[in-house]
Design a binder for this molecule. Structure first.
Ligand SMILES: C[S@@+](CC[C@H](N)C(=O)[O-])C[C@H]1O[C@@H](n2cnc3c(N)ncnc32)[C@H](O)[C@@H]1O
Length: 237
């Protein structure tokens, strides 16, 4: 999309107007995935990794998660799964989210980050969240992330996270308009409008997992942005 078109859409969307980009796409053009192509056209994993790691180091003092939202999700976990004993957070940078979950729930919660800076933060493991870790399969009562917009392959990532759930567990995606296609770029390669996320998940899962609830906290991010917590669970098939 041209820069001016993108700007105009962003302006209109922020004021509540919705304009489908392509009348034949059922709105699916509102899903954006940046392509990390090498010169020979193949996927350039090293480039993806380097962009993520450089971004992580540049923003190492920033925290995007907020304690109010983490407490809100933790209270939902307490209510729906009172026996929960272990949680996993992905793409955590400074690891604040696992600390807040752990304090609120009184249980073990660990985090991942692709960057080598993971070693500088408690309970954080350097790990690419797309990858399957045999020690983590069916091992967690919940998986939380606000970094799904950093996935080069969101289907692969979400399937790895679903795989990490114990029976009765849930994946929580904290989604805002900052995770929409308008904000996607080389650094945040995946962007989707919140209204289309359940559609994409239904397409990918072929019935194996599904968005079962969308939680809407009564508060907003500090900049006034609305928050949607997508709850994804394995389905009984
Ligand atoms: C927008 S920041 C969010 C950080 C943190 N969740 C917060 O709320 O402050 C995204 C983080 O995801 C990490 N990241 C990007 N790609 C990743 C991947 N494939 N696996 C694990 N972490 C990743 C980045 O290094 C960065 O620290």
């Amino acid at each position: 999309m041209k820069f001016l078109d993108k700007l105009a859409l962003k302006y209109l969307k922020a004021r509540g107007h919705y304009i489908p980009h392509d009348k034949n796409s059922a709105g699916i053009s509102d899903f954006f995935l940046y392509d990390y192509k090498a010169a020979d056209g193949t996927f350039d994993y090293e480039r993806y990794r380097k962009i993520q790691e450089d971004g992580n180091k540049r923003k190492i003092n920033n925290v995007w998660a907020d304690q109010q939202t983490i407490d809100f999700i933790a209270d939902y976990v307490k209510k729906t799964n009172p026996d929960a004993s272990r949680g996993l957070c992905h793409g955590v940078r400074r690891g604040n989210e696992q600390k807040w979950f752990s304090e609120r729930l009184g249980i073990e919660v660990i985090g991942t980050d692709i960057s080598e800076t993971a070693k500088d933060f408690p309970n954080t493991v350097q790990w690419d969240f797309h990858e399957r870790n045999p020690d983590w399969v069916s091992a967690f009562d919940f998986v939380y992330t606000n970094s799904h917009d950093h996935a080069y392959d969101p289907q692969k990532a979400i399937e790895a996270w679903i795989d990490q759930l114990k029976s009765g567990g849930a994946v929580f995606l904290e989604h805002t308009m900052a995770h929409s296609e308008m904000s996607a770029n080389e650094m945040d390669p995946f962007g989707v409008d919140p209204r289309l996320l359940p559609f994409l998940i239904a397409r990918w899962s072929q019935g194996r997992y599904a968005v079962t609830e969308v939680l809407e906290p009564p508060h907003t991010k500090s900049n006034g942005m609305r928050i949607w917590i997508f709850v994804i669970r394995k389905t009984e098939m």
